[in-house]
Design a protein around this ligand. Structure first.
Ligand code: LLP
Length: 385
């Protein structure tokens, strides 16, 4: 990934910046295409993971759809020429402006999260003389065994319609003339590495499908969301997530009805490994029990460690990893918060001011979550050739 040529380009680029290896992205997308095609599964990309234009354009070229969670994400997908028939719009708090915009674009489907939202979409669609296609986002109460901030499919989470509300929802839908129910939608969480969570989801989907059958409601589309995790600890050896096992599992355990289509909404698994945050060491400062390596990137450029105590592999690109003298550093950013720390007691070759440091596996929920706290500059991006 970091050939001498690439590193020499880094030395002449102002830091910090995100580096996207488009070759890694291409290989990942090819694998997703091949593995999902075995079962005619339909894949949408969750824009929330990374909405960088170059990244989006490549994803669209692979014929992948767009999963959006705000009006601006729908707009971005439209601008990047995703076919509106392949755009879905989820989110627990869609505003009227956002719904109207999505109705105007004739998107494939709204993933609806409450009875109240169904009523509003019906009202707005009626005013436009349109019929909105809707999937019910159901909270399946399945544990994703991941960080609590990125768990979404438990009853305690704000997402989706709870199972005990389904009876009422089905009754309500009968009176909503401008809504067409086309599917069921589920998403249990993110960075899921325990495949048994997905198996539990399949079992729950099967039960729920039986319930809909018994209520004589036909469902064309089953959307099982995203959530497939990536290897943050060993990116070089696990560059491409195990899509083969993942899609096979859904094929093995989902009990589908004739002609039913299965949809996925993957974010992280598609883009995490192609992105790296590249930064420069500003200072090495002696602490009481440790040395601080103070970088010119902070939690404003990559928020995951501060927000979720997330691990990102840290490498000194200016020193060979074979170098004999290794030291431990607390690798921190320049932001005025103690949580602005990328890693504690990180073992690195002797690190000096001016060294380039890579924070790996930063292609998902990295650039897109950057913010201007401390009036920081907007982080830039660099692409492989
Ligand atoms: N579909 C829905 C409805 C979602 O809420 C999400 C992610 C996805 C799909 C895509 O999930 P993925 O395949 O990327 O796991 N900022 C956090 C992750 C938040 C995920 C939110 N929802 C992080 O940095 O770990």
């Amino acid at each position: 990934m970091f050939t001498p040529n690439v590193i020499s380009k880094f030395t002449t680029t102002p830091t910090p910046f995100y580096y996207y290896d488009l070759d890694v992205l291409k290989k990942t997308l090819q694998k997703v295409k091949d593995e999902s095609a075995k079962y005619n599964f339909i894949v949408h990309y969750a824009l929330k993971a990374n909405a960088n234009n170059e990244v989006l354009n490549m994803i669209r070229e692979f014929g992948i759809g767009a999963d959006c969670v705000s009006g601006n994400e729908v707009k971005k997908a439209v601008e990047c020429k995703f076919d509106s028939k392949h755009i879905v719009f989820a989110g627990v708090g869609k505003s009227d402006i956002e719904i109207n915009y999505a109705l105007d674009q004739n998107i494939f489907c709204f993933n609806c999260e409450s009875k109240e939202e169904l009523e509003i979409i019906n009202e707005l669609a009626t005013a436009k003389g349109k019929t909105a296609h809707v999937a019910l986002r159901i909270n399946p109460n399945v544990n994703a065994n991941t960080h609590k901030y990125i768990t979404t499919g438990l009853e305690e989470n704000k997402f989706g319609i709870n199972l005990w509300e389904l009876e009422d929802v089905v009754k309500l839908l009968k009176g909503l003339s401008n809504i067409k129910l086309i599917g069921l939608h589920f998403h249990i969480g993110s960075q899921i590495t325990d495949m048994s969570s997905f198996k539990s989801l399949c079992m729950k989907v099967n039960e729920i499908q039986n319930w809909f059958d018994s209520h004589k409601v036909q469902i064309e589309n089953i959307n099982v969301g995203g959530g497939l995790g990536v290897d943050y600890h060993d990116p070089d050896n696990n560059m491409i997530p195990d899509f083969e096992t993942y899609f096979k599992l859904f094929n093995d355990f989902l009990e589908l009805r004739p002609k039913q289509k299965v949809h996925f909404e993957l974010g992280r698994a598609l883009v995490a490994q192609c992105g790296t945050l590249v930064s420069k060491v500003l200072y090495i400062k002696k602490g009481v029990n440790t040395n601080f390596a103070i970088l010119d990137a902070g939690m404003t450029e990559l928020m995951r460690p501060a927000l979720y105590q997330a691990y990102h592999k840290i490498e000194n690109l200016s020193k060979s990893s074979n170098s004999t003298s290794h030291f431990k550093y607390d690798v921190v950013g320049p932001i005025c918060e103690s949580s602005d720390c990328f890693g504690k007691a990180v073992e690195l070759p002797e690190t000096l001011r001016g060294d380039l440091v890579a924070l790996r596996t930063a292609g998902a929920y990295g650039e897109v979550m950057a913010n201007g706290y401390n009036l920081r500059d907007k982080v830039k991006a660099l692409y492989s050739e």
